[in-house]
Design a protein around this ligand. Structure first.
Ligand SMILES: Nc1ncnc2c1ncn2[C@@H]1O[C@H](COP(=O)(O)OP(=O)(O)OP(=O)(O)O)[C@@H](O)[C@H]1O
Ligand SMILES: Nc1ccn([C@@H]2O[C@H](COP(=O)(O)O)[C@@H](O)[C@H]2O)c(=O)n1
Ligand SMILES: [Mg+2]
Length: 197
């Protein structure tokens, strides 16, 4: 997203649950100097911190529901301020139209581009059930709810950005290395274009 006043640059990483957003963002950070902000990770940290919103967030995550935007946006803004960076890769946000509209209205920032990790439900389900990170939402019941929310609420946001020519779709069913090759090509092209201006 670009913000002319503060020159913050933000790209967005989207894709279904288990499509590999977090894995690829970690690679992008190492190669391209972004700060990675995972909305899900920030919400999980908020639960651990013992915040007054912790119980509500925990319940929403267990049910695969989307936490109210004001909570998530405050966490994102705080993390951005604390990072000292001006280049952010926001992972798993905006998750629905409310997230998108509220973020843009509060921050006046729009994404430069949106990476969309495209993967079948069958493969995503396999990956989530093998993740073994102790997440309360990595069980088959919650995974099915998360897939439904993804289709009903998150895909329309991808379509919105697509209509603005911002989506870069990546075949995320390939190996981690192959997916990263495709990601690298997108970022390299972006920097080459910027250098040519
Ligand atoms: N290309 C890949 N091939 C096989 N396994 C992968 C691939 N990418 C990621 N994984 C594995 O799949 C699991 C989910 O990946 P990751 O946590 O990056 O997904 P995510 O999109 O961030 O999911 P969530 O939305 O639930 O946070 C992890 O165990 C990860 O190691
Ligand atoms: N914008 C968001 C992002 C996430 N959540 C909640 O966290 C859960 C886990 O998110 P991951 O990106 O780590 O998979 C997600 O299912 C939501 O419950 C949210 O509310 N808003
Ligand atoms: Mg993740």
């Amino acid at each position: 997203m670009t913000d002319s006043k503060s020159a913050l640059r933000i790209d967005v990483s989207k894709g279904g649950p288990g499509s590999g957003k977090g894995t690829q963002c970690a690679n992008i950070v190492q190669h391209f100097g972004y700060t990675h902000l995972s909305a899900g990770d920030l919400l999980r940290a908020e639960i651990k911190s013992g915040s007054e919103n912790g119980t509500m967030i925990q319940e929403m995550i267990k049910e695969g529901k989307i936490v109210p935007s004001e909570v998530t946006i405050k966490l994102l803004q705080k993390a951005m301020q604390e990072s000292g960076n001006d280049k952010f890769l926001i992972d798993g946000f905006p998750r629905n139209e409310e997230n998108r509209a509220a973020f843009e209205s509060i921050t006046k920032i729009e994404p430069e581009f949106v990476l969309f990790f495209d993967c079948s439900e069958e493969e995503m389900e396999r990956r989530l059930l093998n993740r073994n990170q102790g997440r309360v939402d990595d069980n088959i019941e919650t995974i099915r709810k998360r897939f439904k929310v993804f289709l009903e609420s998150s895909i329309p946001v991808v379509e919105y950005y697509d209509s603005k020519g911002k989506v870069r779709k990546i075949d995320a069913a390939k190996s981690v290395e192959e997916v990263f090759e495709a990601v690298k090509a997108i970022f390299t092209q972006k920097y080459e274009k910027a250098a040519a201006v």
